[in-house]
Ligand binder design. Sequence first.
Ligand code: HEM
Length: 560
Amino acid sequence: MGPEEFLDQLFGYLYATTVWRFILGLLVVSTARILFSVVRLRVKQAPLWKIPGPPIVSLVTGNYLQMFEFGATKFHDYITEKYGRIVRIRGFFGDTQLFVSDPTACTTILLKEQDIFEQSDWFIEVNRLGLGQGLLATLGGHHRKQRKQLNPVFSAKHMRSMVPLFHRITHELREVLKTQVGGARKELDMVEWLSRLALELIAQGGLGCTFDSLNPHGKENEFRGAIKEFVPTLSSLIMFQAIFTRISKWPPRLLRLAVKFIPMAMLHNAVRVADVLHKHTKAVFDNKKALLQMGEEEFTHQLSEGKDIISVLMKSNDAASEEDRLPEEEIMAQMSTFMFGATDTTSTALSRILYVLAHRQDVQDKLRQELNDAVENFGGEDLGYDELIELPYLDAVCRETLRVFPPLPVVSRIARADTILPFSQPIKTADGMASSVFIPRGTTVMVNIPGINRDPGIWGADAAEWKPERWLAPLPKTVAEARVPGVYSHTLTFLGGGHACIGFKFSQLEIKTVLSHLLRVFRFSPSPTEVVWLFRGFTTPSEKGSTAVEPQMPIVVEMI
Ligand code: HEM
């Protein structure tokens, strides 16, 4: 070996060992820091150990699988009944978390101390990288600034102008269903059709574009596919959240380069989904921007006549002061955010209403009668905004279904600082009665939405029963007294506080418009195939025993 070759090898060796030592050192330091913060948090969480909760089933995963597996809804109901409004749960490696349905505790989490109880870094970062920096990816002042610009776009005044569009799209669905049923009766997978409908309603009503979702022979749209893939793709990465949240803020180019060299198909898939979402929102945005620059007349030539949410937002944003104006990137991010926020939620709510009505023909008949009478009095089948909003039985059926069966049953927050969580009533702990508990920084609290919506202490002994009639009489005094911090009907179905669902009026109108058409033309009855409701983040229907990933809800649809 010559001297040059020797030096080359020596430097190569030194370089390789230095780099590897550096990487190894980094890993050791990071692991030590993670371990140290984990141990410190476990120690500080000691006061929470005294709160009653289910036994731990695994030292590694705690109660995590019971809380989030397909059958989790039953477990949630069981622990709420057994342990009450404040339940201690174990997360990964002995982490202690709370599952909360106490109204005073929920008010602290969602309203009074909403700047302490925030979404986790993981939630914010995956949404930021996947959907962009929209409402689901911002916190504090940044989030408030976005809400200030967006709230007026979701006002009742603007929702009024959406009614014709909702009618038009629902007519389309009705005609497709008539063809599918073939003039008599047929079993259809209604969740599939309601998902397509929800997607088309937000595509046209939110973005002013179409995905041709109601075309039975239409091809899968790439944007639609990416929205559907978003949650499963990210769920597959959840076990790497500690590492992910540490590297996610790297400069985008560096992050992309790093991801390229990590041989993990699910990571590459996540990047692909994010790229597809960005490509499409940018195309829709650029098109709108060009139209806006051409003038008002061109702008109203869009499919939605310029009444869709993003068009209205772009116009009001242009007129806003420099200080309030949102950057273009953030408007694009709202598009993916709305597509994501509006689709599974609405289709799940509509599916549940049809499912319940299929099992309660008496209610279905009564509702149909109310709708037929309303159409006769109104003088046309496309009921106006006020008629749709004010029909009492339609309203009662919607409120009751959303109360008893909230599509999104659990939302999580993480304490960003040490604080005290007060309760509305003292609870029994290992140390005696307690009317509050110390929550150390880093603790996860989960809001148990069905727990509070069906709390017998608030709604009475029949709280768990589905009874639309309860909304036609004065509600028990305990309902108002409980001061549930929700934006809708004393429930947390659409949550409350600064992160409450921005689209709740939009979804009310969608649901009522759809029911006003479908129930007058079709009768829905249960299928012989049993349907079960599974926890997939949302509570969605499935055929009993099926292993399909997608929700399924066979219902017998009959022409009237
Ligand atoms: C029945 C239908 C719906 C239900 C049950 C529902 C429920 C919820 C809930 C519980 C949250 C809070 C999530 C959290 O903070 O972790 C939320 C947030 C949100 N929802 Fe909805 N939603 C529905 C329909 C819609 C629709 C139609 C849209 C859009 C048009 C929408 C857009 C959003 C957005 C953007 C957020 C984030 C708000 C923020 O953080 O400021 N949702 N929704």
